[in-house]
Design a binder for this molecule. Structure first.
Ligand code: MLT
Length: 256
């Protein structure tokens, strides 16, 4: 089991588990490892990073494998955090294990299952991935995940994101697309979330725009909604200082 992690001996600390978005892996959270006074772990979801595979799998398998890793860390006071696809996994995990977590942080995600239009788009993307290969696919896809012009304005962000995305394999990403296409709707879970929750969205996110994230947050009792100025769908890596400050404020106000 390969997990990016940083832990302190103080058992009173909170622990954040980060679940990445598509088509990336745990390395997208590298700047969140600058957060202090909190234990951190970023997992690779099935099909990405250390869990690349050529085998087919479902979102349920992604959830089960991630949960067994989280459980085996043996940490307490866990805040579950997921971005987009990682958020789909987090929501299903909260549905299955509602009393396991102490808090939740959702980045740029949604609870609804795929519409027919999105299902067809996923089928096209699976075809593109398998027929043209990963390089071409990610070169077209990665710019959609950040704010307009972000890659031109920030060449190191471009290098980082392309490097992570290109190191995946076509079969693993295709299977993640199929898994997302087949996931359940978890909208009913939102109103049942009773742990403190933070919902964060990039101001310029075109995949899960602020209006839809605001609506998502409004369904979670006592949630806090924050918009990250000038960020797209990948706020934690586009604007890490702002995101880390938002996370710190949330943690500092949690009941101990
Ligand atoms: C992601 O960022 O994980 C994807 O945009 C999720 C999706 O394609 O639904």
């Amino acid at each position: 089991m390969e997990i990016l992690q940083k832990s302190f001996s103080d058992s009173n600390y909170f622990t954040i588990i980060f679940l990445h978005g598509f088509p990336y892996d745990s390395r997208m959270w590298k700047y969140q490892f600058d957060l202090g006074n909190v234990n951190l772990a970023a997992l690779d979801l099935l099909g990405a990073g250390s869990k690349k595979t050529e085998r087919l799998f479902s979102l349920e398998a992604m959830v089960d494998i991630a949960f067994s890793e989280i459980y085996s860390l043996g940490w307490k006071n866990i805040l579950l955090s997921g971005l987009s696809m990682g958020g789909y996994v987090a929501l299903r995990m909260l549905e299955k294990y509602p009393s396991f977590f102490r808090g939740a942080i959702f980045f740029d995600t949604r609870s609804e299952a795929d519409s027919n239009e999105v299902k067809i788009k996923r089928a096209q993307n699976i075809k593109l991935l398998l027929e043209n290969g990963i390089e071409k696919f990610v070169e077209n896809f990665v710019p959609l995940t950040v704010a307009p012009n972000a890659l031109e304005e920030n060449p190191s962000l471009k290098t980082e994101l392309l490097e992570i995305a290109k190191s995946q394999n076509a079969e693993g990403l295709a299977s993640q697309l199929l898994a997302m296409q087949g996931r359940t709707d978890t909208t009913h879970v939102l109103s049942e979330i009773s742990i403190p929750s933070l919902v964060v969205c990039g101001e310029l996110d075109s995949i899960t725009p602020p209006e839809s994230m605001k609506n998502f947050a409004s369904k979670i009792p006592n949630s806090l909604f924050e918009v990250v100025p000038k960020a797209g769908h990948m706020a934690p890596i586009e604007k890490p200082e702002i995101v880390n400050q938002i996370i710190n404020n949330f943690i500092n106000n949690l009941p101990k």
